[in-house]
Ligand binder design. Structure first.
Ligand SMILES: Nc1ncnc2c1ncn2[C@@H]1O[C@H](COP(=O)(O)OP(=O)(O)OP(=O)(O)O)[C@@H](O)[C@H]1O
Ligand SMILES: [Mg+2]
Length: 297
């Protein structure tokens, strides 16, 4: 009898569900704590524990698109939710996730923060918005402010980019909060223009996956959380090299490919992922998608 030793024990009951429900379940979001993600989480924990000083430590979380940055910072916020137990009026909120506005607009950023906190947004000047934002963030005792998609600032002139980065530095200094800016490698370029900003925001890189032990370990972990009755041995050289080649090494693509291949297998009455399901499931990798789009023009 199979003891499903390739699966995480929480997944075993899911094998009892009907095929449609199993396919739906496979596409639900999941968290895998791979080493670069754990390292980034550990650094953010360090920021959270840091005493409030006049020059707070900050960080940039940088990586290719679809490579897990947002999942990491959202997970971190999820682990540090406001304590609702004693005062629901004035929630103490140690970490908050914000998205940078599509262009580097200070006013839009304050509006976004205030709306997210269900606060009234002053309609008057930027100064009034800034003052209200500062007072609200002080009140909730924010400690780590996460700003995702910070590379959006590149959509503005270099003066506006500089202005936005100075605003972030100002918030960090005045509120004594640590800022985690997330973005693609373009962000490094934007930040490198000003040494004062650059030295306050050391980058932590989430690298693309390469063919090594860690990558094969990642595939084994995926295999353990995608509930199929038989072992696929995704970490085998044959499958792992193929998976890396077509996904180009981003965790988002790897996840999509494996979910699609697992669903294809289930729909075809099979309980494992093999080369055939990878090739026939309908997944198109980023390189091929790009070529198809160019050809369609
Ligand atoms: N730790 C993880 N465990 C399992 N799956 C993950 C993990 N991190 C990311 N993924 C998968 O990768 C996808 C993309 O991740 P995410 O949105 O965090 O990328 P990103 O780096 O923020 O991309 P972008 O720069 O385009 O915003 C997720 O939707 C999820 O399917
Ligand atoms: Mg993201």
């Amino acid at each position: 009898m199979d003891n499903y030793s390739h699966l995480h024990q929480d997944c075993i009951p899911k094998l009892e569900m009907n095929v449609d429900d199993r396919i739906q379940d496979i596409h639900k979001s999941r968290w895998i704590g791979y080493p670069a993600a754990q390292d980034a989480m550990h650094k953010m924990e360090g920021l959270l524990c840091h005493p409030r000083v006049s020059r707070m430590p900050n960080m940039l979380l940088v990586g290719a698109t679809n490579n897990g940055k947002t999942e990491i910072v959202k997970r971190f916020c999820q682990l540090h939710l406001p304590d609702e137990s004693f005062d629901t009026e004035n929630l103490i909120t140690p970490t908050m996730y914000f998205e940078a506005p599509p262009t580097p607009s200070e006013a839009d950023f304050y509006t976004h923060i205030l709306c997210k906190l269900y606060e009234r947004v002053p309609a008057s000047s930027i100064a009034a918005k800034r003052e209200r934002t500062m007072s609200v963030l002080k009140r909730i005792e924010l400690k780590v402010m996460i700003i995702d998609e910070l590379h959006n600032i590149l959509a503005g002139s270099s003066t506006k980019q500089q202005h936005f980065l100075n605003m972030i530095k100002y918030l960090s200094n005045q509120l004594q909060v640590s800022i985690v800016g997330c973005g693609t490698s373009d962000l490094l370029r934007a930040v490198s223009v000003d040494p004062q900003i650059q030295n306050r925001f050391p980058p932590t890189i989430i690298p693309r996956w390469k063919y090594n032990k860690s990558f094969r370990q990642l595939l084994s972990t995926f295999e353990s959380v995608i509930p199929l009755k038989s072992r696929s041995s995704l970490h085998s050289p044959e499958l792992s090299k193929k998976i890396l080649a077509i996904t180009e090494g981003s965790i988002g693509e790897i996840s999509t490919l494996l979910n699609t291949a697992a669903s294809y297998s289930l729909r075809n009455g099979r309980e494992f992922i093999d080369l055939e399901s990878i090739q026939k499931c309908g997944y198109i990798g980023p390189g091929m998608r790009m070529r198809e789009n160019v050809n369609a023009l």
